[in-house]
Write a protein that binds this ligand. Structure first.
Ligand SMILES: Nc1ncnc2c1ncn2[C@@H]1O[C@H](COP(=O)(O)OP(=O)(O)OP(=O)(O)O)[C@@H](O)[C@H]1O
Ligand SMILES: Nc1ncnc2c1ncn2[C@@H]1O[C@H](COP(=O)(O)OP(=O)(O)OP(=O)(O)O)[C@@H](O)[C@H]1O
Ligand SMILES: [Mg+2]
Ligand SMILES: [Mg+2]
Lengths: 256, 256
């Protein structure tokens, strides 16, 4: 039964897409069938996984707004065991259209119900906002993974995000758990990163995932080649850290 | 008469807030009175300019949604000639409330009309989305400055943003011009940055501003001290690049 994990943080540029694409690919590499859902109109997760947005006949927009059968929008990727439900250009208009639909917060949850059987993990990439698309992703998810860039502005937004997660848990999804806070772009030479990491660990202790993602230029180069980093350069520190993250989450799931 | 420049890009984490705060401070240092408007519910520009969000009696939310006189929400900062119209916690609900208001795209334009006389520049920081708040900022502005991180995903979103700017110019603000594309977080050691910069210069040639902002850790440290970078460490490359940007924009304005 698919475990649905949403990758969310309204702060921009913290590594949500990089985490969604590379975690999904690392789970597939560990032979856990995985579906990557791109819930961001920017469509970065779609391209980062090597799927050409222009070639998609249908994507999440058609599933949410036109009630297309989600199975018809899922495509394969260059990796065995990794499928993508992508974001086409239409997604830019999705939030406005969804706002007036019946049961607007549950559209994604309902769409994924039919797909859960076929995957062990479903990973959802969210846009940098707390609008309808992110609310839909939190309502559909078993848990939320929060990438946190080790920078000052990123720390500022964390309490707002955790308040929103609590509100969604209370009103829309009582099963929503915090999978954890993932420290990203961690540069050991940078004092600020140490300070932010210490701050977060002292406030949120056991909620901080033990895997830390280092700043690694290969992670930002891989998307320009349309590949997850484990296919671009499996030996680099970026790839190794996402493979470790996948193992950490698999152990949690298997031990229930 | 105040020239209104919106700092916009729906891609997250590209340096919008860092540019808004440090450009506004650099303009004030050049004795051009400047108002910084925080149109992002995250409120990073408010804190980055040294204003405590909790201490604000009123902010942009009260001005847009409750029709408060904007002059009553403007506060001074630790720098002469730099004022802030900040974002309080209520801003999280602004977009939903504005969606049902009369003339919803013109709310910010109308609010700033009364303030333009008192400043030579008004700089507006936008959230990482193309929703109502960003549309309001583009409708109120004389021009839009687009910070572009020299990374692959950031390049992907540029054409969508420029389409939105054209659409706003056609339907809501015929005077809207592109101030320019500002290359940010430019790391000369990084091949990808060179490639992206070359790509952008070949596609957009004269629209790329001559000032380039280098990656510089002082720029990410300054906000944790509640100061624009020119007050934190004026000699660093980050501060020098924003002082140069201010000069580039002043020359353009003065030569009309
Ligand atoms: N650990 C890392 N080391 C180096 N670069 C990284 C790392 N993680 C992400 N990046 C790069 O930083 C930029 C921001 O990351 P990404 O786009 O994944 O963040 P995001 O949170 O999804 O952004 P948005 O808020 O726009 O959706 C991208 O260009 C990406 O390639
Ligand atoms: N030139 C630079 N060198 C080093 N760090 C930078 C630079 N510019 C910005 N930063 C840091 O990178 C992060 C992202 O920048 P910033 O928050 O200004 O982007 P933004 O576009 O406003 O993000 P959002 O989309 O969330 O509003 C911040 O932590 C900031 O301190
Ligand atoms: Mg993203
Ligand atoms: Mg910002």
């Amino acid at each position: 039964m698919g475990r649905i994990i949403s990758i969310a943080n309204q702060k921009g540029g913290v590594g949500k897409t990089t985490t969604a694409v590379n975690l999904a690919a690392s789970l597939a590499a560990a032979e856990r069938r995985c579906l990557l859902v791109d819930c961001d109109p920017q469509g970065n997760a779609t391209t980062g996984a090597g799927v050409s947005r222009a070639s998609l006949r249908a994507g999440l927009y058609e599933v949410l707004v036109d009630s297309l059968n989600p199975g018809k929008a899922v495509v394969e990727t260059c990796m065995n065991g990794l499928h993508v439900l992508g974001a086409t250009g239409d997604m830019v208009g999705a939030e406005v259209e969804m706002a007036s639909m019946e049961g607007k917060e549950f559209l994604l949850k309902r769409a994924l119900n039919g797909l859960k059987e076929g995957y062990e993990f479903i990973i959802i990439d969210c846009p940098p906002s707390l609008g309808f698309l992110t609310i839909n992703a939190l309502t559909a998810a078993n848990s939320v993974l929060v990438p946190l860039q080790c920078e000052y502005y990123a720390l500022e937004g964390l309490s707002q995000l955790l308040r929103t997660v609590k509100a969604v848990k209370k009103r829309l999804n009582p099963f929503l758990a915090l999978e954890g806070i993932l420290l990203t772009m961690y540069d050991i030479r940078n004092n600020l990163a140490h300070q932010v990491a210490q701050d977060v660990r002292s406030h949120f202790s056991d909620k901080v995932l033990s895997t830390v993602i280092p700043r690694n230029v290969k992670l930002s180069e891989a998307p320009s080649h349309g590949k997850p980093v484990i296919l671009y350069d499996i030996g680099c520190r970026g790839a190794q850290s996402y493979l470790a993250l996948a193992q950490e989450l698999i152990k949690r799931k298997d031990s229930g």
